[in-house]
Design a protein around this ligand. Structure first.
Ligand code: 5AD
Ligand code: SF4
Ligand code: FES
Length: 354
């Protein structure tokens, strides 16, 4: 087991690490804890970004409702199944279904059916994670019963004031919080996370984000640096954007989260790679253990850009697979093919609850 949990002051210090030596030391410490707690296997979740239609209007996001420059698409059930089949054939243990947020009954039914069909197609083999935003608890329940067992819903920032500066008034922080609670109660493994380096976000806010993850007892964490999307209201601050700082903060956040939370799954997200070609490997070396290879059809990729400079727009699922496997073995890690790679934390907390 690791040592006692770091204090807020410790976390602030970690997050502020800037020099090469301080950062190396921080990442090495996090890496040791990763090896001890979750091991050296990297788990793949093939991500299918199946629709960019979104009813929300977050100020930072490229597929927000009011961005009229984005061409909207929704993959058909057959197209989604085809991607899931590919993931299965590639021996990825799990997939993630992600899309913009919709709450209409057609959408809820569609997801329920597709989850069931993917389970049937893979003979129960593929683990399914959903990343479909805020829904009623009844919807969450139905999707769980159809076979999804993990859900990702970022809090974006645990600072309420900052949250309201990044969203229109009808986007409710408390609703987001209750979604997290409801998902847990239903029995999902729950992932949350934040964007790192948001305009107006301080190092103290980030330390509080980590304490928030701990408080809600998250099983999985997905965080990435905030990156400007040129067609969003937040892009007005473009001149302050410092990619090197965003990358550094993103990695420091992964390391500090690993040190504080120990046995959770942490993703090395694609946003890291938008800032540095080696961004995801750096994430693994700073304590992350999950990678989400994109398996969406390339014809849709250019329409699913939440931020600028997203990598892999032209590379198909096969190329991303080869590329990632090369990158991962290149840093001396192995891929956990054919395994769900669930968060060890989930099982520990369930044992405690019993
Ligand atoms: N930069 C980085 N991450 C973003 N997201 C949305 N827009 C951006 C952006 N401009 C993230 C949010 C959301 C997830 C699906 O994508 O954190 O929860
Ligand atoms: Fe929609 Fe999610 Fe983008 Fe917000 S962050 S606009 S909910 S896709
Ligand atoms: Fe897609 Fe490298 S991960 S091309």
């Amino acid at each position: 087991m690791g040592t006692s949990a770091p204090s807020r002051q410790n976390l602030i210090q970690m997050l502020a690490a800037e020099g090469t030596d301080a950062r190396r030391e921080l990442y090495q410490q996090a890496y040791r804890i990763k090896l001890e707690q979750v091991g050296k296997l990297v788990y793949f979740r093939g991500i299918i970004e199946f629709s960019n239609i979104c009813t929300k209007n977050c100020y930072y996001c490229g597929i927000r409702r009011e961005n009229t420059t984005t061409k909207r698409f929704s993959m058909s059930a057959d197209e989604i199944l085809e991607c899931a089949k590919l993931a299965h054939d590639y021996n990825y243990g799990s997939i993630v279904l992600q899309a913009g947020e919709r709450n209409d009954p057609e959408f809820v039914d569609f997801v329920e059916t597709i989850v069931r069909d993917i389970k049937t197609m893979s003979d129960g083999g593929l683990g399914i994670t959903l990343s479909l935003g805020e829904q009623s608890s009844e919807t969450y329940q139905r999707w769980f019963e159809s076979g999804a067992h993990r859900y990702l819903i970022r809090i974006e920032t645990s600072n309420r004031g900052l949250y309201s500066s990044l969203h229109p008034e009808d986007h409710d922080f408390d609703r987001r919080l209750s979604c997290i609670r409801e998902l847990r109660d239903i029995g999902y493994q729950v992932g949350t996370g934040v964007m790192v380096g948001l305009p107006g976000q301080t190092i103290e806010d980030l330390a509080d984000d980590i304490l928030f993850f701990k408080k809600i007892d998250a099983d999985m964490i997905g965080m990435g640096p905030y990156i400007i999307h040129h067609d969003t209201p937040l892009a007005v601050n473009a001149s302050d954007f410092d990619p090197a700082r965003q990358l550094r903060l993103g990695l420091n956040m992964i390391a500090a989260t690993r040190i504080a939370l120990e046995d959770v799954n942490i993703a090395a997200t694609t946003a890291l790679q938008a800032l540095d070609p080696k961004g995801r490997e750096l994430g693994l070396q700073a304590g992350a253990n999950i990678i989400m290879p994109n398996i969406t059809h390339t014809r849709y990729r250019s329409s699913y850009q939440l931020y600028d400079n997203k990598p892999c727009l032209d590379e198909n699922a096969g190329l991303c697979r080869a590329c990632l496997s090369h990158r991962i073995t290149g840093i001396g890690e192995e891929i956990g093919y054919n395994q769900w790679g669930d968060s060890p934390h989930f099982f520990k907390r369930n044992q405690l609850d019993k």
